[in-house]
Design a protein around this ligand. Structure first.
Ligand code: URA
Length: 240
């Protein structure tokens, strides 16, 4: 049984700030189980109580789960004094739920970004122990060879001496600009760019296509987002 203050619940659902919500309650815009309430500190049961705001039912969900196709030029952070962040692309009612991106994509990387306020799930998805596979589509300047596949499979040694975990490299086409898929289970800073750099190649375009069992919805244009379906959330949770 989950009990919560009515003003907190309504603020969490994006109805307004705590102060605004207090005013709405004073004005009699909120009812619980058919009765207008005036006490903003009233404890409600989020599973059982029927809460209406301006006559509309509020279905409380503790966590939100968003799939975004991150565009280039936007940073994967919750706040930045200068740069635009992925959170800036969300409407105020979702921002009010304090979501954050699960891990980081570089500013110039596109693709699947999960945004949530479920800290426990985020922590598990990012835990090195869980080895969640991230799939990327990558374009490389110049040829990519079978040798490179072997190097990725063995683990790549960075300039600073760090050796990556084994990664899978799948060549789609090898020419002036080669196209590959890369599957990694880590999330080191600039990981894929540095892996190619260490074998003398340059990654010029990166797009994340999947995280665990969850795939990017290709219908989402860069900068677009949507709430995960129940099925997708199930797939994501089953990746850890
Ligand atoms: N590897 C990179 O180099 N950049 C990303 O954004 C993700 C993986």
């Amino acid at each position: 049984m989950a009990k919560m203050r009515i003003d907190k619940l309504l603020a969490n659902m994006g109805i307004g700030t705590r102060k605004e919500v207090k005013n709405f309650i004073k004005k009699g815009l909120v009812s619980v189980n058919g009765r207008i309430i005036k006490d903003n500190s009233l404890l409600v049961n989020t599973d059982l109580d029927t809460i209406l705001f301006e006559g509309k039912k509020i279905n409380y969900q503790e966590f939100i789960y968003i799939m975004m196709n991150k565009p280039q030029g936007i940073i994967s952070a919750t706040y930045d004094p200068i740069e635009k962040t992925v959170i800036d692309l969300l409407p105020n009612e979702l921002k009010a739920r304090h979501p954050f991106p699960v891990g980081r994509l570089d500013k110039d990387t596109e693709g699947l970004l999960i945004i949530t306020n479920d800290g426990e799930l985020a922590h598990k998805l990012l835990s090195p122990k869980k080895k969640v596979i991230k799939k990327y589509y990558v374009e490389i300047q110049g040829f990519v060879t079978e040798n490179d596949i072997d190097s990725f499979a063995k683990g790549i040694v960075f300039k600073d001496g760090y050796k990556t975990l084994p990664a899978k490299l799948e060549i789609l086409s090898s020419c002036d600009i080669s196209k590959v898929y890369v599957y990694i289970t880590e999330g080191k800073y600039h990981q894929i760019k540095r892996m190619f750099e260490s074998i003398g190649k340059k990654a010029i375009y990166l797009k994340r296509l999947a995280m665990g069992n969850l795939q990017l919805d290709e219908k989402l244009q860069p900068g677009e987002w949507r709430i995960l379906s129940d099925q997708e959330l199930y797939l994501l949770k089953n990746s850890i």
